[in-house]
Unconditional design. Structure first.
Ligand code: G3P
Ligand code: MG
Length: 236
């Protein structure tokens, strides 16, 4: 059995296990689970034909194709190799694949449409057996997150901050959540103390060094996103 080495600390497999398996793919998510992670982070975009699990705007870095993700027909996307012969998945496929086996942080990439469409997909997932407590929806785009929140208030949300965490407390209160997601550079001792005093939990991205994770935990972080979830697990 594997359990997190840092008790009370949530380890999110970033894009699955992006450091050792194709990111944002079913194989990558299975790898993260195999490494002992329970929580998996993925990125979702609102393609005209489906919600697509993919990080970049363009296809070149992560596939054998080229061009803009959202301008490529779904059938052509599905024929691409996203690494080790695996395909780019849809959000629906991921929800089917991981139901009952994982908890999922879905990061919305894009505007209000991705928020509204993801709410519809998760509403169906809740009807199909997913538990709201095993879902967490986040976004740098707070308009997208607000659209999601308005449509499906029973699923927890976390606003993401990349460059300025100054508005984090007020934003969390506006979203009626106690969770915020921060870039590493924003997780200063002062900021972590302020978040703690406000009763907020902070998850920090992207942390691949166990010593840094321990330092963040001591500052009050509630968890990290890592490309290497196996580094943070005890094998017992
Ligand atoms: O959700 C945390 C992290 O994934 C945000 O940044 O660019 O890796 O999606 P990015
Ligand atoms: Mg992400």
């Amino acid at each position: 059995m594997r359990r997190p080495a840092l008790d009370g600390f949530t380890i999110f497999g970033h894009r699955g296990a992006a450091g050792s398996a194709p990111e944002n793919t079913l194989a990558g998510f299975d790898a993260a689970l195999g490494h002992g992670a329970r929580w998996i982070e993925l990125d979702v975009q609102a393609h005209p034909e489906a919600l697509i699990v993919f990080h970049d705007d363009r296809l070149e870095r992560r596939t054998d194709g080229s061009g803009a993700l959202l301008e490529t027909p779904l059938a052509a996307l599905r024929a691409l190799d996203a690494g080790d012969g695996t395909a780019i998945p849809t959000l629906e496929e991921v929800l089917d694949h991981l139901r009952g086996r994982a908890a999922l942080n879905i990061e919305l990439k894009g505007g209000r449409a991705v928020g509204e469409r993801t709410a519809a997909a998760l509403d169906a997932a809740l009807a199909g057996g997913w538990r709201a407590a095993d879902l967490l929806v986040s976004s740098f785009d707070h308009a997208a997150l607000a659209a999601f929140r308005a449509a499906l208030p029973q699923v927890p949300v976390a606003p993401l901050f990349a460059e300025d965490a100054g508005p984090a407390i007020a934003t969390a209160q506006r979203f009626d959540t106690d969770v915020v997601h921060l870039a590493r550079d924003l997780a200063t001792a002062e900021m972590m103390a302020a978040l703690d005093a406000a009763g907020l939990r902070a998850h920090v991205y992207t942390v691949n060094d166990p010593e840094e994770a321990e330092r963040l935990r001591k500052l009050g972080a509630a968890g990290i996103f890592t490309d290497h979830p196996g580094r943070f697990m005890l094998h017992t």
